[in-house]
Ligand binder design. Structure first.
Ligand SMILES: [Zn+2]
Length: 297
């Protein structure tokens, strides 16, 4: 049976169709009708219809989205697409599409995609990390997402940064109400803010990464700080979950230095005299969210 995956983002809704073997048949995308719940449902239904007409349906449908459907209430929460919050989105989608729909957090879809046929293919325990405008995480064990009792398994972005130095304490205020969350250091905007506070010069994450590659000393320092913090933050994940592979996605996963430097630095923080955990870059890039949604069935 054909699988359709939908990635509901803040600015774009992407759809992909995979054949029964998982080969990609085609993709479509449209602008997200921001702030309009009914139009969001209609846009997803239109994408599904378009893919089924092109490639021959019916298909199973999985949807990845920021946030989660609370197992306690059946309603969406923790979504930065705020117009979804408080809605029984999965039920409304099922009604609009005339079949059951599986919904998952976008970071979980990312991890599932990379564990199924991406950079972590064949690994039993996989931690997928998104380093972008926010910091998300998802856990896949033996090919299945681990959702957890509150559907927040893998959400490490709002843990405090481990082993903080004096100048990292208490850390910047986070929108979640805490200080010094991992996300305030490791998201793109968080990294840019931290660097601006130190250097008095504001550059965004992409510019910083490029300047570091070109040899700019200030930017190289910023990358070194980022690398050390990511190493500490991932070491605590290794201590709890002990994944075989950690896959990085999102804009900051393009910083080449991470893949050598982070494993070089996480050792002292891991409760093991040897650490063989593989740190790899996402194979499917930006397409992992939508492919993982398709793999929910
Ligand atoms: Zn936070």
């Amino acid at each position: 049976m054909m699988r359709i995956g939908i990635d509901l983002g803040g600015t774009k809704i992407a759809g992909v169709a995979l054949d029964a073997e998982g080969h990609e048949l085609g993709r479509v995308r449209v602008a997200t009708p921001r702030g309009d719940y009914d139009a969001t449902l209609a846009a997803i239904a239109d994408l599904v219809r378009a893919l089924e007409q092109r490639f021959g349906g019916p298909a199973s449908i999985g949807v990845g989205m920021p946030g989660i459907v609370s197992p306690a209430t059946g309603l969406v929460k923790n979504a930065n697409s705020t117009w979804l919050i408080g809605q029984p989105f999965d039920q409304h989608l099922a009604r609009a599409l005339g079949r059951p729909v599986r919904l998952a957090n976008d970071a979980n879809c990312f991890a599932l995609s990379e564990a199924t046929d991406g950079a972590a293919t064949g690994a039993g325990v996989v931690f997928g990390v998104i380093l972008g405008t926010g910091v998300g995480g998802g856990i896949v064990i033996n090919g299945r997402i681990l959702e957890g009792a509150h559907h927040i398994a893998g959400e490490w972005g709002h843990n405090p940064l481990p082993a903080p130095t004096d100048d990292e304490r208490p850390g910047a205020a986070c929108y979640c109400g805490r200080h010094g969350c991992i996300e305030t250091f490791l998201s793109g905007p968080g990294w840019a803010d931290d660097t601006a506070r130190r250097t008095g010069r504001r550059r965004d994450a992409t510019t910083l990464a490029e300047a570091a590659r070109a040899g700019d000393a200030e930017a190289r320092d910023a990358v070194a700080r980022y690398t050390d913090r990511l190493a500490r933050a991932l070491a605590t994940v290794i201590n709890v979950l002990d994944p075989e592979v950690i896959v990085l996605g999102g804009g900051l996963s393009n910083i080449e230095a991470l893949y050598d430097e982070v494993p070089r630095r996480w050792g002292p923080h891991v409760f093991s005299d040897e650490v063989h955990t593989r740190l790899v870059r996402a194979h499917h890039g930006d397409a992992s969210g939508v492919r993982g949604a398709a793999w929910l069935w």
